[in-house]
Design a protein. Structure first.
Length: 517
């Protein structure tokens, strides 16, 4: 058998085997697949692999037979019809070589080309970075748009809906257009980045922000893992996640109060330890910069305080001089299987650091959470299911005294005090039939310690309650529609309550990184 043909055959068999293995890996990587569907897909892959091997064996047999045959004599050039002379200079058709005959036989053995099933690429783009090669695995864009109406005006909605990605305008709101990148740097690190674009609901101004950009280690001993870069603080269930992973269209009230409109995040590093226990148990300790608009309860910045100062206190610029001037966080999370159909996740979190009320102002935040997920072993594409999720959080905001007599007509004299804020939410989502789910969420927030002008007039510290029914239609893994109603009860509202209705559309295209449970 000619060497080039043998090499070509080995390459074809290797490529086919890699295709089958990649397809099998893609099936295994699906998020919580249906066991029966997974078995069907694996059986089909096994059948296709066996058929491919049979075809390769038949092809090799035919090639060996052809190689043993003597080379046919070159065909005689075609003769013109009787009485028709050959034109001078007319080219003579080339003779077919033995190798050409062999190639023709190979093409005939393969048969007509078969359509290929698209598969997710594991090397969408690559670039040399130092001695390593960055290979992008997942690239996606998620678009969230909401439309609706509220009994409150657009200006009032900016504080009633405290999240930066909440529906916050009568009419349409572009909540987010998020570009997500994820890839393997080398055998030691993976990398993630999330770039978000949205429109200011009042001014229409475009906002582009780098939400996250971090690297995560892959091969540290003793169950250790390090993450470094710009990332969401791992506190509770909602704060570390992006808006498109939420079941409801707006973030909980207590999250907006403690972590600001865009969640608590910043540059830093954290280390996680996976405990050697019979169940999943991880301890995370991290440290991040305490300043910036996404560090609301800590040093924040003057722009943030101009929009939503905590307790109406004035902003005092403060510099980092020791490790105590950074924001420290810790989390312990556990996941336990309660039988074959139910999983329970429990967690406790804490954070502490300086605040911007003075040189000795300090903040402490604490919280606890749980998530219960039930899905029967016999289900249709993941339905039915029930997910019950709750968080409770509190904050101690130690404010320094403040005195300013630069304006004799407006002397500011604020005593030292500790402002306490706490709240919770609990929500249940029921997937009652394939593609459809219904849910109900209840929220409560309150506090103690007066704000400047009175806590009852402070939209970010007054007594609040919210009830939110939800109906979700998930057309596929890449699109969903949501209908949500909010009934708010708040001290700062002129009528004491408000009603809002929001319709949300979410579209995802590309390969998005898997989400954690």
């Amino acid at each position: 058998m000619p060497r080039t043909t043998s090499v070509r055959l080995r390459h074809a068999v290797s490529a086919a085997s890699m295709l089958v293995l990649a397809a099998a890996a893609q099936v295994r990587a699906q998020n919580q697949p249906d066991p029966s569907e997974l078995k069907r897909q694996l059986d089909e892959l096994a059948r296709q692999n066996a058929e491919l091997q049979r075809q390769m064996q038949e092809l090799q047999r035919r090639i060996e037979l052809l190689a043993k045959q003597p080379a046919p004599p070159p065909p005689a050039p075609p003769q013109p019809p009787a009485g028709q002379p050959v034109s001078p200079g007319e080219p003579t058709p080339p003779a077919q070589s033995p190798q050409s005959a062999l190639d023709a036989a190979v093409a005939d053995a393969k048969g007509a080309p078969q359509p290929l099933t698209p598969k997710a690429s594991t090397d969408l783009a690559s670039a040399k970075v130092g001695s390593a090669t960055l290979r992008l695995i997942d690239v996606s864009l998620v678009i969230d748009v909401a439309a609706g109406w509220s009994s409150e005006t657009d200006s009032s909605l900016q504080t009633l809906q405290g999240g930066d990605h909440d529906p916050r305008k009568r009419g349409f709101t572009l909540q987010a257009a998020e570009l997500a990148l994820a890839g393997a740097v080398d055998p030691y690190f993976t990398a993630n980045a999330n770039i978000n674009y949205n429109l200011d609901p009042i001014t229409g101004e475009s906002n582009v922000e780098l939400e996250e950009a971090y690297a995560t280690s892959m091969s540290l001993p003793y169950g250790l893992q390090v993450k470094a870069g710009q990332y969401f603080t791992e506190f509770g269930l909602v704060n570390p996640t992006h808006p498109h992973t939420w079941d409801w269209q707006d973030q909980p009230i207590i999250n907006s109060r403690l972590f600001g409109g865009d969640g608590m995040r910043g540059p830093g590093a954290r280390i996680g330890w996976l405990a050697p226990l019979p169940w999943y148990s991880q301890v995370i300790v991290g440290v991040q910069n305490s300043n910036g608009g996404t560090m609301a309860s800590f040093l924040a910045n003057d722009e943030f305080f101009a929009e939503r100062s905590i307790g109406g206190r004035p902003f005092v610029d403060r510099h980092v001089s020791t490790l105590g001037d950074l924001a420290w966080s810790a989390r312990w999370e556990n996941s336990v299987d309660l039988g074959s159909e139910t999983t329970l996740k429990l967690g406790v979190s804490g954070a502490m650091g300086p605040n911007s009320t003075g040189s000795s102002g300090r903040t402490r935040i604490y919280g606890a959470d749980f998530k219960l997920k039930w899905r029967p072993a016999t289900n249709e594409r993941g339905w039915p299911f029930i997910i019950w999720q709750s968080e409770i959080m509190g904050r101690e905001y130690g404010a320094d005294p403040f005195f300013d007599d630069s304006d004799p007509a407006n002397i500011v004299d604020l005593p030292a005090t500790t402002l306490h804020d706490w709240g919770l939410y609990t929500q249940v989502l029921w997937g009652f039939t394939p593609e459809w789910a219904a849910g109900l969420r209840y929220e409560y927030a309150s506090g103690s310690g007066d704000s400047v002008g009175g806590r009852e007039n402070d939209p970010f510290r007054d007594n609040r309650q919210r009830i939110s029914p939800l109906l979700e239609w998930k057309l596929s893994e890449f699109s969903r529609l949501r209908l949500q109603y909010n009934h708010d009860i708040a001290d700062h509202l002129p009528r004491g309550e408000a009603d809002s209705v929001w319709v949300g559309v979410e579209i995802l295209f590309g390969a998005h990184p898997a989400h954690t449970f």
